[in-house]
Design a protein around this ligand. Sequence first.
Ligand code: NAD
Ligand code: MG
Length: 388
Amino acid sequence: MKTVSILGATGSVGTSTLDLVEREPDRFRVRALTANGDVGKLAAAARRTGAELAVVADESCLPALRDALAGTVTQVAAGRQAICDAAAGADWTMGAIVGCAGLEPVMAAIRHGGTVVLANKEPLVSAGEVILAAAARSGATLLPADSEHNAIYQCFDFARPEGVRRIILTASGGPFRDWSREQMADVTVEQAVAHPNWSMGAKISIDSATMMNKGLELIEAARLFPVPHERIEVVMHRQSVIHSMVDYVDGSMLAQLGPSDMRVPIAHTLAWPERMATPMAPLDLVAIGRLDFEACDPVRFPAIKLARDALEAGGARPAILNAANEIAVAAFLDRRIGFLEIAAIVADTLDHYDPPAPETLEAVLAIDGEARRMADERIRDHAKGRVR
Ligand code: NAD
Ligand code: MG
């Protein structure tokens, strides 16, 4: 029996994780489920699974959560610290909070030990070194649930990394992969969240549309796999059937293929090192028929280059990139800026902020906070029509 906690249990990845966990009640027992403020969905999941603990980040939601779970076995709590406390205690913990809000909870899970699964990529981007050092200290096993990194994990020969020549991340290209910059200037929120291949939360859907998601994933890959960053490449593959590849020095290239459903990589991490069945039909290769590959266009999608530059420069750059992007994406979702301004605000924030490399979690959080403040200031200037 594995005890399982899900941080961000009401989101897209959290819901997919619960679906798998609930299919095998003899194999998994739910310890903690957390959410920001979606009390209805959280309480329903806690009731169904008999979770020991349900926690909301938003303290004003605690009375409603208490009411919703009255008379059940589930204890309730609220607040950021309560989320961190809940994160430490299971054999297997899914980090599926969105953004750097997941950083401290993920750190709490890692310090506790066991298996910590990272769907939540932003903490790895901003605080990669700090997270990896904490995992080395506690002995926690980190497994990637992001489909590309999970694919690489399944293909990578960790015993002989010198045999690896390149990592190739595949990118669907998002909903605007065939659009010109002029067309992208006027896209609406509704158009941008409509991903052609995947159903996901709003933030990562916008990141996929700008291709900042692939930029974040480039940095994520450099954190997770012992390969120099210049040997991590991105190729556009519009069918999202191959989730990523590892190229070996002898000319062999290993790929992982699967349906575009997060339950496949999540199941890999949930059962690891074993395997578990999922409800997905096997890939029908004849029906798929063909797999296409194209180069990514750095002019139409400047976010990938911004991320690559941040990765190469290292230090605080990835944390600034991520924080400014989180603020710019939120502003786009609020309809305060246009689609093309997302990458422009990230670039502008990076241009104006260059603190020394952070060495502690506190230092990362301070840089994250300042970069958010600066990005927000730029968005407000923008709204006032000031030319930058
Ligand atoms: P989502 O928006 O659907 O869900 C986010 C979850 O986090 C919700 O449960 C929400 O209640 C919780 N949350 C939000 N803000 C919070 C806060 N401040 N404190 C505590 N909890 C908070 O997001 P998602 O699409 O499931 O993505 C989650 C993470 O996984 C992201 O980092 C994303 O990049 C990554 N990811 C998602 C997918 C996907 O298919 N959705 C694929 C790969 C990676
Ligand atoms: Mg991905």
